[in-house]
Write a protein that binds this ligand. Structure first.
Ligand code: NAP
Length: 246
């Protein structure tokens, strides 16, 4: 199976790295920056044009900015199977822009796909083989299209928010005297362990298990509440949603 990426930016790179070794051939295009060539070199693929991708790829990943859909669609007439990662662009718009495609899947992935631990909210359809390839990148969950924006705000954007939490904690550790690299490593490994725990337990239960009454974690949680941590995250989700609505 040959996969072609129309657009070779951050999201295309994350998906392509997650798929390293999975396809017979990987094709990449860009608008002239040279990022397609860089990715092709990194992953052993080929940089080419959009219409060449439409002609040769069994699966086309549409990974340009949402406002570029109308610019790239005319060259993709021959694409039969298309995965779109474009935020906000509905299946109806995609199908109208790509009328010859047999399968169109709208996906909202997050950056975790690079390490095959992504979350992918999907709507639409895909052939069995392509569906299987997608599942290699992490957790695929079908959601109603009218929930995409809200889902994006909590899973598409949130790797950045969680990384900010990690950065803030590591900076605080360094300010308290830890070696900065050690502080970052301690936080990263703690985040990985906490993520695994959160698969098994309710977030409240994890907090309760760490924060014994009168202890240091309880004092920390109280400080976070006092400083408005919850309100800050609610504001982040609200701001992302407002930006998506334009
Ligand atoms: N970043 C994320 O975490 C994330 C998460 C979920 C969804 N998404 C979605 O992924 C899509 C891409 O986002 P991104 O962050 O990867 O953006 P990006 O880094 O700006 O990449 C966009 C890519 O599209 C290419 N492009 C523009 N016009 C083109 C054309 N006519 N033909 C071929 N390629 C063209 C650009 O080429 P140049 O390299 O030449 O500029 C660039 O390689 C967006 O629709 C976004 O909604 C992103």
């Amino acid at each position: 199976m040959i996969v072609g990426f129309v657009g070779s930016g951050s999201m295309a790179a994350a998906i392509a790295r997650g798929w390293a070794g999975e396809f017979e051939q990987m094709l990449f295009s860009d608008s002239g920056s040279g990022r397609a060539q860089e990715l092709a070199q990194e992953l052993g693929g080929e940089a080419t044009s959009n219409d060449e991708i439409a002609r040769r790829a069994d699966l086309v990943v549409l990974a340009v900015k949402p406002n570029k859909l109308d610019e790239v669609a005319p060259a993709l007439g021959e694409a039969r199977e298309v995965v779109s990662v474009l935020a906000v662009v509905t299946l109806e718009r995609l199908r109208a822009a790509l009328p010859a495609a047999e399968h169109v899947l709208r996906v909202m992935p997050n950056i975790g796909v690079e390490v095959r631990q992504g979350v992918m909210c999907v709507a639409g359809s895909l052939g069995e083989e392509a569906q299987d390839k997608l599942a290699r990148l992490g957790w695929v969950v079908e959601i109603p299209e009218d929930a995409f924006d809200q889902a994006t705000a909590v899973m598409g954007c949130s790797p950045a928010y969680l990384a900010l939490v990690a950065e803030a904690l590591a900076d605080a550790g360094a300010a308290a005297g830890l070696d900065p690299k050690l502080a970052r490593d301690l936080v990263a490994e703690t985040a990985a362990g906490t993520a695994a725990l959160l698969r098994e337990h309710d977030p409240k239960a994890v907090q309760k298990a760490v924060a014994s009454p009168g202890g240091s974690t309880e004092a920390g949680l109280e400080a976070l509440d006092r400083e408005g941590a919850r309100a800050a995250f609610a504001a982040a989700v609200e701001a992302s949603l407002a930006r998506m609505k334009g």
